[in-house]
Design a protein around this ligand. Structure first.
Ligand code: ATP
Length: 323
């Protein structure tokens, strides 16, 4: 491999810059040329490709967002679009790609690799922690810390006014942010997509009268269609328990931003360097994951499989600690 392209795609996540830096520096260290591709797959199709040097990635490890920008690119969803992307790679002399993004981005990478026989390595870049085969994704720890700080503040007002708060966090089909966010803030409960089937999580809370001994309650709720979101929870409680003073806070996009935590910077740095090792090792179509602090190669097909299992131990811990 003489030249790699690096891109960030899908939703941005803190630590993506640290990953771009690590990929770039590890490649240059191994005498591999690097090209930065702007705006995810768009940059391949619309030819926004920049030669990267070591100092192209100076002073970014501490920055949130992504210097390569990110985008959702519908042209890349078609065979014709991916053909254009492939031709751009050939023209630019790019013989392998490192794709940093979520499950959609890695799905696209997998299809491109299959159609054109290109080595592609993925890095899990998403705050949702919803990729299989990795204990953590880049951005997840920072988002969790942001949630923790926000919920701590909401707790002050919740307890002063003796209110019940439903706080909506990101995660879509994955409850890790809500569950670990709840454990970290001492919240009453987390309502997560993984437990929507066969259990009425809100019903259980209602039947317990929330915590009778307590004058305020915090419940974290994963956004999205599966749980219905915090607003729907609040409406239901208002109907069944008019005596509760119920409020809703949707944390929204503040969860995506900010300077990455040390954990995310180190994770992104290790994974970025591992992506280059993987390519030199003739690995292709794998995502770099971390399991028990060991970097591992996870085939794309496994990484993007829906329904990452939730850690039941965490569910139990939250339950025990919120009596
Ligand atoms: P996040 O989890 O933060 O939303 P993501 O990577 O899952 O990130 P998506 O919007 O799902 O974000 O995907 C990003 C881009 O990846 C899409 O805009 C598209 O260019 C490409 N992509 C996604 N799914 C496919 C697919 N099935 N085929 C080809 N390309 C795809």
């Amino acid at each position: 491999i003489k030249c790699i392209g690096v891109l960030t795609s899908g939703g941005d996540a803190p630590g993506m810059n640290a990953a771009i830096r690590a990929v770039t520096r590890a490649a240059i260290y191994n005498n591999i040329e690097v090209k930065g591709i702007m705006r995810g797959y768009r940059g391949l199709i619309f030819d926004e490709i920049i030669p990267f040097r070591s100092n192209s990635v100076s002073n970014i490890i501490q920055q949130g967002g992504t210097i390569l920008k990110t985008a959702r690119c519908k042209e890349f969803m078609s065979v014709e679009g991916r053909q254009i992307a492939y031709e751009a790679m050939q023209r630019e002399g790019i013989d392998a790609l490192v794709v940093i993004g979520g499950d959609g981005s890695l799905t696209g990478a997998r299809i491109l690799a299959q159609e054109h026989n290109i080595p592609i390595v993925g890095l899990p870049g998403t705050i949702d922690n919803d990729l299989n085969g990795t204990d953590m994704t880049i951005g997840y720890d920072t988002a969790l810390n942001t949630i923790m700080e926000a919920v701590d503040k909401i707790r002050d007002t919740a307890s002063s006014h003796e209110r019940l708060f439903f706080i909506e966090v990101m995660g879509r089909e994955c409850g890790y942010l809500a569950l670990n966010g709840a454990i970290a803030t001492g919240a009453e409960a987390a309502i997560i997509p993984e437990r929507m089937y066969g259990t009425d999580q809100l019903g259980e809370l209602i039947s317990q009268g929330f915590r009778k001994s307590k004058n305020s309650s915090l419940v974290l709720v994963t956004e999205g269609d599966i749980t219905g979101g915090a607003m729907a929870m609040a409406e239901r409680v208002k109907k069944e328990y008019p005596q509760y003073d119920v409020r809703v806070t949707i944390l929204g996009h503040l969860q995506r931003g900010g300077s990455p935590t040390a954990t995310d910077r180190i994770l992104a740095s290790r994974m970025g360097a591992a992506a280059i090792d993987a390519l030199l090792d003739d690995q292709r179509n794998v995502m770099i994951g971390i399991q028990n602090d060991q970097l591992v190669y996870v085939p794309f097909s496994k990484a993007i499989k829906k329904n990452k299992p939730i850690n039941e131990n965490l569910v139990n811990t939250l339950k025990i600690l919120s009596i």
